[in-house]
Structures are given as structure tokens and as C-alpha cells.
Design a protein. Structure first.
Length: 306
């Protein structure tokens, strides 16, 4: 029995050494945190059993699940002297950060959005043996953080002629919303979905400034809206308030048009058209005046009889 146990231990030892001698491994962190709107690095390094490797190498990144997940990045290097050329980059926001020939598959994700909060899996493929492919099984979970941001703040009315102010904000973690108003006894209601929160201030009755404040561990944001409720004693006063200024503007416009027409006066047309006389040139008149002033009248000679 003891000999059997020793034999089993030897077999287990040989099996473990065989796994280690395979030489394949991938090292990734379990979690990475990035900030909304900025960039983040997803690190991934690997080892392989070859001392030198000059065959085709392919680096792949997937999301959601290993092996069958959606490919968001892929590049290929044909030889050790060639850079890894990008073949796939979803929305052109994934860039190779490491050097696959130096056993580094790290990538950079630019302009982080909420949809980038996924689990990522890196994979390396070496041409040749079908077993020369290795992929991380657990992957990297990308978490996003974000300071609060007021998305929208409005005042609206229901069919029952009541007014409410609504504030919508986002952030990660989801921000806490607070209303400050002239009347602090208004009822409120809160709805939230993931990183977005909406808080409504109901039954507004007091005129003034209503301020919404969003706060989380990464910052603070404020937005304000002004509410003034028109109070008319009766409908006739309301109509007078609207149409009197409009009538004054129309009257002023008519006066301006009348003054413009009368200022021009009646237009007169000539009864007969005179033929324009031809005007001599200055030089021609000058020459004529000059010649007449210089010449003297001459007498005709009279014949005499002897």
C-alpha cells in the first residue's frame, strides 16, 4: 500500500512538472479601473516555451466571454522584425500598448464610455502547432468611475395645472441628488438606473430659484432653474396684457409708413420732352473765342476811277 502511494505521488509529480514544462502562461489583473472620458491600459503578459520565435504571431482581445466573445482588437506580426499590424479595432478606440514580440499584449482604450465597462480576455496565437494558442480564462473586469454631471434640469406642468421640477444626473458611483428651493416642504421622488439618477420636486408653488446638487465620492455638480408662476385675476386682464403691446407696435408701424409716403411728395412728369442740345467741348469753345478776339474785320477794297 505504501509503495502504491509512493507511485501515485511520483505520477502526480511528473504530471505537475509536465504542466509547468509546457511553458505557457498568461498574467492579467482581475480588475482595472478607468475614468469616464479618459484612457486606460489593460495589461496582459504571457510566456511560451520557445527560446526564439520568428513565426507569425497574433494578438487578440475579446469581451464578455473567453474563446467565443466579441473580438474588439486584433493585430498580426509576420516576423520578429515586423510590428504587429492592426486588423481589428472596434470604433478605432483600441490601440496596442505593449510589444507582443516581447511577450506583452497590453492594449490602450481611449475615450472611455459606459459601454466599455466589460470583462476583457487576451489571447495569443503562434502559427504552427495547433496547441500554440493561449487565452486568459478569467479575464479583466474594467470598472468605470465618474464625477457627477447634471444631464438635464427642467420645470414642467401636468394636466391638473401643478408644476414639478426634474433633475437628472449621472456618475459612478451613482450620485446623491439634493434640491434646494424657496419652499423646503415640497414632496420629492427618486428613480435610478445604473449610474443615472433622477429626482423630482413636486407641487411647486413658490417663485424663485430651484437648485439641484449632485454629489459622489469623485466630485460635485450643480444646476439651477428659475420658476415664476403667472397669476392673472381674470381672463380679460390676461388678454389685455397680451394684445395692448401688440396693438401699439402695429400703430407705430403704420405711422412710420405714412410719414415715409408723404415725405416723398407727388411725383411730377414733364409735359414735353426737349431735345437735348449738343454741348461743345471746352477746348472747342476756347478756340472759337480765341480766334474771334484775335481777328479784326477787314474792309473790301473799293475800285477808284482816275
Amino acid at each position: 500500500m505504501r509503495e502504491f502511494s509512493l507511485s501515485l505521488l511520483c505520477l502526480l509529480s511528473i504530471f505537475r512538472k509536465g504542466v509547468q514544462s509546457n511553458g505557457w502562461s498568461i498574467h492579467v489583473p482581475s480588475d482595472v479601473t478607468g475614468e469616464l472620458g479618459k484612457m486606460v491600459i489593460l495589461p496582459c503578459t504571457f510566456t511560451h516555451p520557445y527560446k526564439t520565435f520568428d513565426r507569425t504571431l497574433t494578438a487578440i482581445w475579446r469581451i464578455k466571454e473567453p474563446y467565443n466573445g466579441t473580438v474588439v482588437f486584433k493585430c498580426t506580426s509576420q516576423s520578429a522584425s515586423e510590428l504587429c499590424k492592426t486588423a481589428v479595432s472596434y470604433k478605432n478606440k483600441y490601440k496596442l500598448f505593449g510589444n507582443p514580440r516581447h511577450k506583452d499584449l497590453s492594449i490602450r482604450i481611449d475615450n472611455l464610455t459606459w459601454s466599455d465597462s466589460e470583462r476583457y480576455f487576451c489571447r495569443v496565437e503562434l502559427s504552427g502547432d495547433v496547441h500554440d494558442k493561449y487565452e486568459s480564462r478569467n479575464g479583466i473586469k474594467l470598472h468605470l468611475i465618474a464625477a457627477p454631471r447634471i444631464i438635464n434640469i427642467t420645470v414642467s406642468s401636468n394636466g391638473d395645472h401643478t408644476f414639478q421640477a426634474r433633475c437628472m444626473a449621472e456618475g459612478e458611483p451613482a450620485p446623491t441628488l439634493t434640491w434646494s428651493s424657496p419652499h423646503h416642504s415640497n414632496l420629492t421622488s427618486v428613480t435610478s438606473t445604473s449610474h443615472r439618477v433622477t429626482k423630482e420636486l413636486q407641487y411647486l408653488t413658490h417663485d424663485g430659484k430651484y437648485t439641484c446638487t449632485a454629489v459622489n465620492s469623485h466630485g460635485r455638480a450643480e444646476g439651477a432653474v428659475y420658476f415664476y408662476k403667472f397669476r392673472a385675476s381674470n381672463s380679460s386682464f390676461f388678454m389685455i396684457l397680451i394684445f395692448v403691446p401688440l396693438g401699439i407696435k402695429v400703430l407705430v408701424l403704420l405711422v412710420i409708413l405714412s410719414l415715409t409716403v408723404f415725405s416723398k411728395g407727388p411725383s411730377s412728369t414733364p409735359t414735353s420732352l426737349a431735345r437735348p442740345q449738343q454741348q461743345d467741348s471746352t477746348y472747342e469753345n476756347f478756340d472759337r473765342r480765341h480766334s474771334s478776339s484775335q481777328s479784326l474785320p477787314t474792309e473790301r477794297p473799293v475800285a477808284r476811277c482816275s
